[in-house]
Design a protein around this ligand. Structure first.
Ligand SMILES: Nc1ncnc2c1ncn2[C@@H]1O[C@H](COP(=O)(O)OP(=O)(O)O)[C@@H](O)[C@H]1O
Ligand SMILES: [Mg+2]
Length: 498
């Protein structure tokens, strides 16, 4: 604290509001007790927050990679650089990664960069246990701090970096409920969660409390140990520039010994959850009852570009039933979704018009529309105009295996999930809501032992969105349903699905 303080630190929320300016002794004598106390508080506050920071790294505020190189003297590998660059531009960044990729290393560098480049800022760093905070993250922070090429502001102790009044970084374990609420700083707040899969869930609502401020940032980084919880959701829902995945096959040899992957393969096998988590950086397969795994969905998104076009298109549409729902249409060519369209408002004619436009553009050989509710009007209109449309009632009995599946919707989703698992399907790369909806689909069993998909009503009760996009995709890939038999080359499903 002695070597630095800050000129601009705004301090805690209890900032005095009334200014007393300069006082003559006779004025002071007239002040009441409360006013005197307020004056003393203000003077005390001004002394504590005065003066400048000793070493000015504010030029590195938006340049973490350069800070690491020039000031800390460390060389980051490509993904580490991408992660810190994203942290500079995005409010939150989530990284799931294999073992030994330099996660803790990059989190430590990021913490030092944030605090040193923003006088008066606060960094709250956490890990699940005290050992992880002290022996891993803070040991790394201490090493980087003390081996830096240029002098650092403040001092670095076991789990704190103390740079001045209300200008610090601090480490907490989340296995005991501690209070780190209220670090309010106009100069920026960074929250770091190392081993983010294991952080206690109470942490995240507390963090939301200070993410409302200007220049508030959050870095979650860790092995993808559990396919549930906040960290998992961050990988499922946050937009693409905020999500990173590191597989052991990406990590340079100077960071991770190359034979290690092979040893893991021999010890656990490539299909084991251990291999998925520690080598591939993938979450283990979700609960038994989910239909689509995040890993499969992400692979399907990645497959967007390398596709061989086929003859003919198929269209699937789900028409909104309630005001809050979305109407969706997907057009596929072979295995690949080539066009997606979303609209709101549930005017039947408007929806029919949108689909007609798509028909004129793609001339699909198959058009499957969910005919329950408002979809029926759309089906009528399209068929009146002569388009090869099938109204699909997904609530009716399963087609091929009625003894196994409760209804057609369950059956068609099982078939779609099989295609995802087989790695044949390609979906648009930026369609995060679709992945979100697919991975939220779970099933249970009826008293007769048939698989039954979670209903839209149940999803809604659990605070999840109606899976309109998932339904439309399922319909786009469904063939030979609803009576109209697809002509032309119907794409992937024809052999196996019919
Ligand atoms: N950019 C880097 N420069 C030098 N050493 C690194 C770098 N990244 C990682 N390391 C080293 O690699 C090892 C694994 O890093 P660590 O951050 O502990 O990995 P993780 O947290 O992903 O398991 C550590 O010894 C660390 O010092
Ligand atoms: Mg680590």
């Amino acid at each position: 604290m002695n070597d630095t303080t800050t000129s601009s630190a705004s301090g805690s929320g209890a900032r005095p509001t009334k200014s007393y300016g300069s006082f003559l002794p006779k004025d002071l004598a007239r002040l009441g007790r409360q006013e005197l106390e307020a004056l003393l508080f203000q003077l005390d506050y001004q002394t504590k927050t005065k003066t400048e920071c000793k070493y000015d790294y504010t030029a590195y505020r938006d340049h973490p990679v350069e800070f690491c190189k020039d000031v800390l003297g460390v060389t980051l590998w490509s993904k580490q650089r991408e992660i810190l660059r994203a942290l500079a531009t995005e409010p939150r960044v989530s990284v799931r990664s294999c073992h030994g990729a330099g996660k803790t290393f990059v989190a430590a560098c990021g913490t030092i960069w944030f605090v040193q480049s923003r006088p008066g800022s606060v960094a709250i760093t956490t890990a699940p246990t005290g050992r992880q905070v002290k022996d891993l993250l803070w040991r790394r922070i201490n090493a980087a701090f003390h081996q830096a090429l240029l002098p650092m502001n403040g001092r670095c102790l076991t789990t704190t970096m103390d740079c001045g009044y209300e200008w610090y970084a601090s480490g907490y374990a989340t296995d005991e409920q501690v209070s780190f609420q209220g670090p309010h700083s106009a100069q920026g707040v960074l929250f770091v969660g190392d081993e983010a899969s294991g952080l206690a869930e109470w942490v995240f609502p507390a963090v939301q409390g200070f993410m409302t401020q200007d220049d508030a940032k959050m870095l979650l980084i860790g092995n993808p140990n559990h396919a549930s919880g906040y960290f998992y959701e961050s990988q499922r829902r946050w937009p693409k520039p905020q999500r990173f995945k590191i597989s052991a096959f990406d990590v340079p040899e100077w960071v991770l010994r190359p034979d290690w992957k092979e040893e893991m393969r021999l010890d656990y096998g490539v299909d084991s959850p251990t291999y998925a988590i520690r080598v591939l950086g993938d979450f283990p397969a979700q609960s038994e009852s989910s239909l689509f795994s995040l890993a499969d969905c992400e692979k399907a998104m990645g497959r967007w570009f390398d596709f061989v076009p086929e003859d003919g298109f198929a269209l699937g549409a789900d028409i909104a039933r309630y005001g809050t729902d979305e109407s969706v249409a997907y057009v596929r060519n072979g295995y690949k979704v080539v066009h997606a369209e979303y609209w709101r408002g549930h005017d039947t004619m408007q929806s029919a018009g949108r689909i007609t436009e798509l028909c004129r553009r793609f001339w699909p050989h198959t058009i499957n529309v969910d005919e329950i509710g408002l979809g029926a009007g759309v089906v009528d209109k399209l068929s009146e105009d002569g388009w090869p449309v099938s109204g699909v009632n997904v609530g009716q009995a399963a087609r091929a295996r009625p003894q196994e599946y409760d209804n057609l919707r369950m059956e068609l989703f099982m078939e779609l999930a099989a295609q995802f698992a087989a790695g044949t399907i390609s979906i648009p790369e930026d369609d995060q809501p679709l992945v979100d909806q697919l991975t939220s689909l779970t099933y249970s069993y009826t008293s007769r032992g048939k698989r039954k998909l979670i209903s839209k009503e149940e999803l809604r009760k659990n605070g999840l969105k109606s899976p309109d996009r998932a339904d439309a995709l399922m319909l786009a890939y469904a063939t030979d349903v609803g009576g109209w038999v697809a002509g032309g080359t119907a794409g992937p499903a024809r052999s196996g699905w019919a």
